[in-house]
Design a protein around this ligand. Sequence first.
Ligand SMILES: [Zn+2]
Length: 321
Amino acid sequence: MIQRRQFLGGAALAAWSATSFVPVWAQNAPNLGTPELPAPGFARQKVGDVEVIAVNDGVARRPLGEEFVRNAPLAEVKAMLASQNLSTDFIDIPFTAFVLVMGSQRVLIDTGLGEFAPPTAGKLLANLAAAGLQPADITAVLISHYHGDHINGLRKRDGSWTFPNAKVHVPAPEHAFWMDDAKMNAAPEALKGAFQGARRVFADKPADKLVLLQPGAKVLPGIASIAAFGHTPGHTLFEVTSAGQTFTYLADLTNAPTLFARNPDWAVQFDMDAEAARRVRREMLARVAAKDALVGGFHFPFPAFGRKVVAGNGYAFQPVA
Ligand SMILES: [Zn+2]
């Protein structure tokens, strides 16, 4: 399933800054105005006995160039945005984590950019507080993959852990890839920042706090994981089931759904293995649309909750408030 030869190639590399832990694409574009942040920055849904809280970390605005969709002409990409009354000059990429409130457990899925964010992001803790949660309340953190917008918030600049009482569950193949010194040393300069970012967060993580999960296995009672390799080598989704209802966290299965759910065959520049990502995107979107399942995505428009419905050759995202 993993095609390693593709992982270190192509445009994905250019997406990462070699000198900083913040991916270039998470920085804001100059002269294109400021993205609007959701207010309030949290939203709640009930899934059986579980409460799911979407917690926004912010939004980055990036100029729309040829590189963003690797395998489609820019004119087609712009036409797709225009057909949805969206700007064709830039693309706004929100960052939204989720908290599962299950009995005494408070499970955070992905962390946002933390103290390594551009000015319009790094809002997760403020929005958690607005939703009534403190960092110490979080009992577990689940990580979908090791890109900076998903892990940087785990740890502060001074090295301290943001969620002191949480065990951190990470996909074993994702951890193995990014912590492999031979892979880092062999990686092009532009990708080294991402390897260094993973080390900043995880290098001296106490073994009793770090839980390596096998994608496809149950993570915690009521929470399953789903292997969705392609965006990164160990990219993993999470699904919570309660009283016959489900919520599926799609992580970075698609970047902006206005482009990559509508055209699941389009490859965002950050997909490290574009063909594996395309196949798993097709499979998972078909599955959640057939089930009419409640889904959430890290880069979906806030509140980032909704359903996927068939639209043409792809899927439209229908938000639920
Ligand atoms: Zn992401």
